[in-house]
Design a protein around this ligand. Structure first.
Ligand SMILES: *[C@@H]1O[C@H](CO)[C@@H](O)[C@H](O)[C@H]1NC(C)=O
Ligand SMILES: *[C@@H]1O[C@H](CO)[C@@H](O)[C@H](O)[C@H]1NC(C)=O
Length: 228
């Protein structure tokens, strides 16, 4: 247990996020929420992208909106230097994408489906009509073209900060879900790091089943009961 905790601690430090947990108990059904807090989280290079792991949880499908991932006050901050080339009135001067993907669909992120190890779309791949330049490559599911889900947030002008619109993504297929925050623009990194803060709230009516997948469970989950 101790050793496991240590490994989990290292893992969490590496991923740069803090976890807090709350149980919400309502009548008659039990809903459990897990909160992933990001404090100046740092993006790391991955292939030709930059990447921040926003969390993963097992979710049960819910047809009545009890299973969801909510983005709250998620804010990206870039350095002043990285805005040097832009004008005040210029729109869309930087893009960060939140990607929500179910475990089975993880190979739909990036160019694996056309045998490329690129994650971000390049001009060459765009010409071949695979994707849009500057975006993460996503190969949509054949049964639901909305998934894996992509939520785009742009910087405008010389602004050093931009925030995602607070929003809730409902889960109606059971599975292990991942949230990745990603950007493709090297300018967001080469002039000092772009960081993320804010949080995601993951709620699940019947509780999570992460323990099936995660050896870190005992360490990760300190559950607090709250009545509402
Ligand atoms: C987003 O949600 C957080 C937490 O509920 C809240 O404090 C914040 O004011 C919201 N932001 C906006 C722009 O509504
Ligand atoms: C649930 O998923 C189906 C496809 O799998 C989709 O058509 C439908 O809009 C989704 N419902 C909700 C409430 O998200």
């Amino acid at each position: 247990m101790h050793r496991k905790s240590h490994q989990c601690g290292l893992l969490l430090n590496h991923l740069g996020f803090l976890l807090g947990f709350v149980i919400l108990i309502g009548d008659p059904n039990v809903a459990i929420a897990s909160i992933h807090d990001y404090t100046k989280g740092v993006f790391v290079p991955l292939s030709n992208s930059f990447f921040f792991h926003g969390g993963s949880e097992g979710h049960y499908a819910s047809s009545d909106r009890h299973s969801f991932i909510r983005f709250e006050s998620v804010t990206f901050k870039r350095t002043k230097e990285s805005t040097a080339l832009y004008h005040d009135k210029q729109q869309k001067t930087g893009l960060v994408e939140a990607i929500i993907v179910e475990s089975q669909d993880r190979d739909k992120i990036g160019g694996a489906y056309f045998n490329s190890d690129q994650i971000c779309c390049t001009a060459e791949l765009h010409v071949k009509k695979y994707c849009k330049v500057g975006e993460v490559i996503i190969n949509p599911r054949s049964d639901n073209s909305e998934w894996p889900k992509r939520i785009q947030t742009f910087f405008d002008g010389k602004n050093e900060e931009t925030s995602m619109v607070n929003q809730t993504v409902y889960i109606n297929r059971t599975g292990m879900y991942y949230v990745y925050f990603m950007f493709c623009d090297p300018d967001l990194d080469s002039h000092g790091m772009t960081t993320i803060s804010g949080r995601t709230v993951w709620q699940n009516q019947q509780g999570f089943f992460q323990y099936i997948y995660s050896t870190c469970l005992e360490f990760l989950y300190a559950l607090v009961q709250v009545r509402y």
